[in-house]
Structures are given as C-alpha cells and as structure tokens.
Design a protein around this ligand. Structure first.
Ligand code: HEC
Length: 171
C-alpha cells in the first residue's frame, strides 16, 4: 500500500471534515414531505386566520375605530387594497411602505382607531384575509397608479362564511 503524501493529506483532511459536517447538518434538517394530515392542519390554521381577518374587516374590534367605520365600508371584498402591489412607494409616507403600515394608516386615519401591533395575530389575520382574496393575482410592486384592479372572489365576501351581522355585513 502506498502512503499518501503528507501534502495531499493536509488538503484532503479539512475537505473531508467539511463534507462530513455538511452531511450531518443536512441529515438533521432534512424531513419527509408533509403528510396529507399535516397539510390539512396548516390549511385549517391559515383559513382560521383569514376568517379572523374577515371578522376584523367587518368591525369585530371596537378599538380599531372611533367612528363606526370598518375596512369593509370602504374596501368591500378587500377592494382597492392591492396587497400584491406592496411594498410600494406611498406618496403619503414619502417612502416605500409595507402593506401592514397601510392597514395601520387606515385604522388611525379614516377610522380614528388605535393602530395594531404590526406583528400581532390580528394584523396578520387582516393580511391573511386580504391576501387570501387576492390569490392568483400577479405580484406587481410599483406605483400607486396601478391600484385599481380589485379581486374577483368566488364566494360572497370571498370566504364561505356567514355574515357577522355588523354594519352592512348581513347574516
Ligand atoms: C373611510 C374609508 C376607509 C376605511 C374605513 C378604510 N380605508 Fe383603507 N383606504 C382608504 C383610502 C382613501 C385609501 C387611499 C389612501 C392613499 O392612497 O394614501 C386607502 C388605502 C388603503 C390601502 C392601500 C391600498 C393601495 O393600493 O395603496 C390599504 C391596504 C387599506 N386601505 C386597507 C384598509 C384596511 C385594512 C382598513 C380597515 C382596518 C381600511 N383600509 C379602512 C379609505 C379607507
């Protein structure tokens, strides 16, 4: 058996060590594809968030307004909210703004309410509902002039749920 020259070993040993480390890391993070049950569970959680968003959209939280207005009064079926265009330059902010900032802007200004914690479950629920209605609409970040196209929901209000009875949202 011929022994490897020392120089080759000096190079080969660290390379082998890195390969081994990568294998271990990969082995630890690899997982099987999601099962049907897991996918169902994830979908149920997203739907629950969108339904909570729907309730909030129709005025379920009193502190989001001081004048009786809810998102749905001005944005029925999520119209004119255009989540697919964010982040985009908002002249009113004089900078590029995130979608949730615009939600808080509407809570504080037209509705005179208390802004939501941007990372709260309720803020994410409002996003879930609005993005849910806009599924399939191509992402098109850019300028405010591209904000007229509304979603075309398959069901009334885009979600197959009974009305809340609040405001114009008939039961
Ligand atoms: C009284 C009417 C009114 C109510 C109620 C209202 N908005 Fe708005 N909303 C507006 C107006 C007006 C604009 C445009 C503001 C601008 O361009 O600076 C707007 C813009 C937006 C935008 C940005 C749309 C875009 O393409 O730039 C989002 C998102 C939005 N509203 C979400 C909401 C949500 C969520 C609520 C409820 C919490 C809500 N709005 C309540 C009037 C309203």
């Amino acid at each position: 058996m011929t022994s490897l020259p020392l120089r080759t070993l000096r190079v080969a040993a660290p390379v082998a060590a890195v390969c081994l480390a990568l294998l271990v890391v990969n082995g630890a993070s690899a997982r099987n594809p999601f099962t049907a049950d897991e996918l169902k569970d994830m979908d149920a959680k997203l739907t629950a968030s969108a339904k909570r968003g729907y309730d909030l959209w129709y005025g379920a939280r009193a502190d989001m307004a001081n004048n009786g207005l809810a998102c749905a009064n001005c944005h029925p079926d999520g119209s004119a909210t255009n989540p697919q265009t964010f982040p985009k330059f908002m002249p009113s902010f004089d900078r590029v703004a995130a979608y949730r900032e615009m939600i808080n802007w509407c809570i504080e200004n037209p509705q005179g309410g208390k802004a939501l914690d941007p990372n709260s479950a309720d803020m994410i629920a409002l996003e879930s509902y609005s993005y849910y209605l806009h599924r399939g609409v191509p992402i098109d970040t850019g300028l405010q002039t591209r904000q007229t196209a509304g979603p075309t929901p398959k069901n009334a209000r885009g979600l197959n749920v009974p009305g809340t009875g609040i405001g114009f949202d008939k039961k």
